[in-house]
Design a protein around this ligand. Structure first.
Ligand code: FAD
Length: 284
């Protein structure tokens, strides 16, 4: 049974053609994209290598189709659970393809079991490859230290709140605290970082960043707002029309379930959206 219709609000499609079609539509509205071929926690070497190949092919399709999009990967999709050196070799191969295509690769940040290993690997990669960036989660207490270090290295950072369930020993849990830390980290990145990405749909944070940058003469070309496909599309367009750089993260592929679960967990109303779809689908 194909249950993809449950995910279709948040996932561009199961194949690359659908994803490219979605990106074209976004580009026409002045919005760039980040394509994410869904997959995580791969335990099989051949499967991780297949993901590298698929991403390499995707980079070529982006170049030939002329769409404005970079890509994002998860290290556990490229074999981090198998071995760090295997994953690093896969990333090296992918970054060489991205360089040949004149493109950029983001590394998503996964649950806290992977934070240190992701950053260690990232720091090794970024020394040789300026076309790689990494996501940092504002809910983690450690992130201010990480953000300062990454800014010193001249690395690109995508700042987000964080989407995994983490214990209070390592992460802020109250929205007020997460927002406060997000703004603190955003200020560091906007002041000293390289083209940071402010990845949120939260108006409170978006307005604060707009105000803060305007007051300090930091122009909209120095950073970008990023949002997720299917979430607040009108706000995405409005920001682009107001002259801000906007990039939308567009996931696609058949491994959509963990991604959908994270979107449902962060917003309970979405559960009803999915249940309604299921109900409509099951009607005679
Ligand atoms: C481009 C991008 C990349 C990301 N990469 C990572 C990553 O690598 N690692 C990671 O842990 N997390 C990542 N995230 C997810 C992020 O950490 C948050 O879980 C997610 O963005 C929700 O937080 P928020 O800042 O939008 O604020 P929220 O307070 O959750 O939301 C603010 C408003 O946005 C809208 N909204 C937010 N979420 C939803 C939703 N699911 N459905 C419908 N409306 C919604 C609602 O209007 C809500 O009131 C990424 C997010 C973005 C935008």
């Amino acid at each position: 049974m194909n249950l993809f219709f449950l995910a279709r609000r948040f996932v561009a499609g199961v194949d690359v053609e659908s994803a490219i079609r979605v990106v074209r539509g976004l580009n026409q509205k002045g919005v760039r994209a980040t394509l994410d071929l869904l997959g995580e926690n791969v335990r099989d070497r051949a499967q991780a290598e297949k993901a590298v190949e698929a991403y390499g092919h995707l980079l070529e399709q982006i170049a030939t189709s002329g769409i404005e999009s970079d890509i994002s990967v998860k290290l556990t999709q490229l074999g981090l659970d198998i071995s760090e050196s295997f994953c690093e070799a896969n990333m090296e191969r992918l970054l060489a393809r991205a360089t040949a295509c004149g493109n950029f690769v983001w590394i998503d940040m996964e649950g806290s079991a992977y934070t240190q290993r992701t950053l260690d690997l990232f720091v090794r990669l970024v020394r040789a490859h300026p076309n790689v960036g990494v996501a940092i989660q504002a809910y983690l207490y450690r992130s201010e230290h990480d953000v300062r270090r990454l800014a010193d290295l001249g690395a690109r950072v995508r700042l987000c709140k964080g989407a995994y369930k983490e214990p209070k020993t390592i992460a802020y849990r109250r929205m007020r605290d997460i927002r406060r830390n997000f703004l603190r980290l955003a200020e560091i990145l906007l002041e000293r970082g390289r083209e940071p990405a402010i990845a949120t749909h939260d108006d409170h944070l978006i307005e604060a960043v707009k105000r803060w940058t305007a007051e300090r003469g930091i122009g909209p070309e120095r950073f970008e707002f990023q949002m997720l496909y299917g979430i607040r599309p009108r706000a995405q367009e409005a920001l682009a029309q107001a002259g801000y750089r906007v990039r939308v993260y567009v996931p696609f592929g058949t491994h959509w379930f963990p991604y959908l679960s994270r979107r449902l967990r962060e917003r309970k109303e979405n559960v009803w959206f999915v249940v309604r779809n299921l109900f409509e689908w099951s009607r005679p």
